[in-house]
Design a protein around this ligand. Structure first.
Ligand code: NDP
Length: 399
């Protein structure tokens, strides 16, 4: 049916590439293009032999001319941006130059300011619309599946949703005192920023890790959760009609928080360059270099993730609670595609989003967040492609 170019060859790209190859009727050919060619080649070696034709290329995705040249040569139907948020705008520019659909899993963040927001990418709406191209923003798990869950709840279960709590719980244990489950630089920038939530039309900021809840989750039990700002709050606040409050909570272990506090106190999480032995280095980038590579956590991580949304609202004049979630087992993911559940829960929805575009189910010219499309075909593919969802009453908070 089509050709996809995957930019990046890290944890998420690895899963997405495996999943594309499991769906050769949709993904007849893929090209894995990233900064380090050896990583693309190593990934291709794991994928060769199936029906999907896999090729590789070296590219610096910050260089629009180089990337658009590569896209024009390979002629994919869609570019899946699974590099880092810093590359979002240059990859969108390259897609426009080459006339190709675009998809990503994380919104743009300027390298020198630890503040992500959608305004940069929403500014491309007219350009994609006029070019007749579709750009799908945030097709990972959160953002991604959480937005699709919200659209599904709004379509099938509520007349109006008033509150959404997104709960991202990871009960996985990798055995290290401190490691991050995805790119350490992006992860630490996210968790050291102020928390915030949406209420009554505005965002309310709170200090990092200052709001804590304990939930008793299906399959993974009691977990401490902390309120964070997260990118889907911004788009859901606009796209879910009548919404009054949206919050995002994530689990952190005490060991993770202790290490993070020390690293922050000694200045290791700073993104301000400092001079070291005559040359500038960014402490957070140095820290990334000494921390375990998230891709290496796969074989060590045991346990499950439980990520989902609690919805509250009105249906047929009655107040209603509804909980939609997915439970994913780290070891099962590792056996299937060689990576842990964090990359898996992002890479699978990235593949499904691209599948939606290639099959024409999610094609409309412009720049859209996932909740702006019909959730039903995506929800069906989640069940088929390894991330089955479950529905129930909300889990209990433990006060
Ligand atoms: P990794 O660090 O494992 O991989 C990033 C890849 O991008 C690497 O292969 C890297 O190349 C490549 N890359 C970086 N810069 C460039 C560049 N200028 N040109 C070409 N390639 C480049 O990250 P993850 O796989 O963990 O994460 C990928 C994305 O997924 C991130 O944007 C992250 O924020 C997002 N994410 C989204 C989630 C969601 O639920 N929505 C959850 C988790 C992650 P090299 O090998 O040379 O370093």
């Amino acid at each position: 049916m089509g050709k996809a170019m995957i930019i990046g060859a890290g944890g998420v790209a690895g899963v997405a590439a495996h999943k594309c190859c499991q769906n050769p009727d949709v993904f007849e050919e893929i090209c894995i293009a990233s900064r380090t060619l050896e990583k693309c080649e190593a990934l291709k070696a794991k994928l060769d032999g199936g029906k999907t034709k896999v090729s590789v290329a070296q590219v610096d995705a910050d260089n629009v001319e180089m990337l658009s040249g590569l896209i024009k040569e390979y002629k994919p139907d869609i570019v899946m941006n699974l590099a880092l948020p810093y590359q979002d705008l240059s990859i969108m520019d390259a897609c426009l130059a080459a006339g190709v659909h675009y998809l990503d899993t994380a919104n743009y963040e300027p390298p020198d300011t630890a503040k992500f927001e959608y305004s940069h990418q929403w500014a491309y709406r007219d350009r994609f619309k006029n070019a007749g191209l579709t750009a799908v923003l945030g097709s990972g798990f959160d953002p991604g599946v959480t937005g699709v869950f919200s659209a599904y709840a709004a379509k099938h279960h509520f007349d109006e949703i008033s509150r959404i709590d997104i709960l991202d719980a990871n009960a996985g244990d990798h055995g290290y005192p401190f490691a991050t489950n995805f790119n350490p630089e992006i992860n630490i920038r996210e968790v050291t920023a102020n928390g915030s939530y949406f209420e009554d039309g505005k965002f309310i900021e709170v200090p990092p890790m200052s709001v804590k809840r304990e939930y008793d989750f299906p399959e993974i039990g009691r977990k401490d959760m902390y309120l964070l700002h997260h990118e889907e709050l911004e788009s859901l606040a606009l796209n879910i009609k009548g919404i009054k409050r949206i919050r995002f909570f994530m689990t952190f272990s005490q060991s993770y928080l202790n290490h993070l506090t020390v690293l922050q106190n000694v200045g290791m999480t700073s993104i301000e360059p400092i001079m070291y032995e005559g040359r500038p280095i960014v402490p957070l980038q140095f820290l990334k270099a000494v921390l375990p590579d998230p891709a290496s956590l796969g074989p060590r991580t045991k346990g499950k993730t439980n990520i989902g949304c609690i919805f509250k609202g009105i249906k047929d004049g009655q107040e209603k609670d509804y909980y939609l979630y997915n439970v994913c087992d780290h070891q099962q993911c590792y056996r299937e595609v060689g990576s842990q559940a964090i990359s898996y829960t992002t890479g699978v929805p990235a593949m499904i989003g691209a599948m939606m575009v290639l099959t024409g189910k999610w094609q409309k010219p412009g720049v859209y967040n996932v909740e702006e499309f019909d959730p039903d075909p995506f929800m069906a593919e989640l069940n088929r492609c390894g991330l089955p969802w479950q529905e129930s009453f909300a889990p209990k908070t433990v006060e």
